[in-house]
Design a protein around this ligand. Structure first.
Ligand code: SF4
Ligand code: SF4
Length: 121
């Protein structure tokens, strides 16, 4: 899907004082929050939490690109492939199509160090 490579944010930060410094990394696509602030902020009904896996998904037919979801999300998860006004939002889908086939999400399976895992917290 166009722009899918932009769905994963990787945050990096340093702690400590030289010579005992550490570099931390956090990869974050979307938390698929239990009570998602992005869904509450969306006035067109484009954002919803689907029942089977709890994924927060966007119906791009209904999306008007207002970016209220981006403002509401604490993690910057909603993405827009362009700065053009009206660009529709896209985000991590939890790979629900893969889950429906009994597979893990693509990010979990592609991490060579198995830093990712998938399931309810
Ligand atoms: S887009 Fe943000 S608020 Fe919405 S479910 Fe994902 S992490 Fe939560
Ligand atoms: S950008 Fe789309 S999904 Fe986000 S709040 Fe606006 S209409 Fe809803």
């Amino acid at each position: 899907e166009p722009g899918a490579e932009k769905w994963m944010s990787v945050y990096e930060w340093e702690t400590g004082v030289f010579p005992t410094t550490r570099l931390h990394a956090l990869a974050f696509p979307c938390a698929h929050c239990e009570d998602p602030s992005c869904v509450k902020a969306c006035t067109t009904g484009a954002l919803y939490k689907e029942a089977e896996f709890g994924a927060v998904l966007v119906d791009q037919e209904k999306c008007q690109g207002c970016r209220a979801c981006y403002e509401a999300c604490p993690y910057g998860a909603p993405r827009f492939v362009s700065d053009e006004p009206g660009t529709k939002m896209s985000k991590c889908t939890m790979c629900v199509d893969r889950l429906a086939e009994g597979m893990q999400p693509a990010c979990t399976m592609s991490c060579p160090l198995r830093a990712f895992d998938f399931g309810p917290i």
